[in-house]
Design a protein around this ligand. Structure first.
Ligand code: SAH
Length: 214
């Protein structure tokens, strides 16, 4: 078996810390999680590069820096219940599972859900609950959530998601057109909502009732 810890530490030093991520909890989680397991074996040697990579169903695993940045913005605590929309490879899911109490994650493609579940089991994460479905609706049964992260680009912020955020919750979501978006950061302070626009980004589309048609 190839030892990827050298490449992984290099990724964290050069792409995460050097680019401004400061949260030690995020940094440590990224040093720990074997990112190469979340891509096809043929791409494993590129898993620690500074770019997104293709996964099945024409989807992508996000660039490491994007995962670090979004996770830092979420400001998670070990007590938190988190909703993630767009499980994809499951890499971001496991980073969150490291940092929070429980992660609820929704993915459109059952093929991706099956693959991700295998990895979660292999790595012994018992605090991830998943389902195949349309995450633009949120997950009412388990709401409200302390934090919500959407890792697919939406045309607008789905109102259902804001409703499922707890009264002091935070949410991060890419919003824009089909190919190009801006990361939006939503904070509730005693139910009062504020929305901040962060950096530009490129995510695959959020396809669903409160997302794109396809
Ligand atoms: N965080 C993931 C990102 C995967 S790409 C990773 O780094 O691996 C975004 C994912 O969102 C894709 O797998 C896509 O199938 C999924 N997706 C798109 N629309 C969705 C929806 N309405 N509900 C759930 N998942 C959705």
């Amino acid at each position: 078996m190839i030892d990827y810890s050298g490449l992984r530490n290099k990724m964290v030093d050069e792409q995460i810390i050097k680019k401004g991520i400061k949260d030690e909890r995020v940094i440590n989680a990224m040093r720990k999680i074997p990112r190469h397991l979340f891509v096809n074996e043929a791409l494993a040697h590129r898993a620690y590069g500074d770019y997104p990579l293709p996964i099945i169903e024409s989807q992508t695993i996000s660039q490491p820096y994007m995962v670090g940045f979004m996770t830092e913005m979420l400001d998670t605590a070990k007590t938190h219940k988190i909703l993630e929309i767009g499980t994809g490879s499951g890499y971001q899911t496991v980073i969150l599972a490291e940092l929070a109490d429980k992660v609820y994650t929704i993915e459109r493609y059952n093929t991706l859900v099956v693959k991700a579940r295998e990895i979660f089991n292999k790595l012994n994460y018992n605090n991830i609950v998943m389902k195949t479905g349309d995450g633009s609706l949120g997950w009412k049964e388990f709401a409200p959530f302390d934090r919500i992260i959407v890792t697919a680009g939406a045309p607008v912020i789905p109102e259902k998601l804001i409703n499922q955020l707890n009264p002091n919750g935070k949410m991060i979501i890419p919003v824009g057109d089909y190919h190009l978006q801006k990361l939006m950061f939503i904070e509730k302070n005693d139910e009062k909502i504020s929305i901040k626009e962060l950096s530009g980004c490129m995510f695959v589309p959020l396809v669903g009732k409160y997302g794109w048609n396809q």
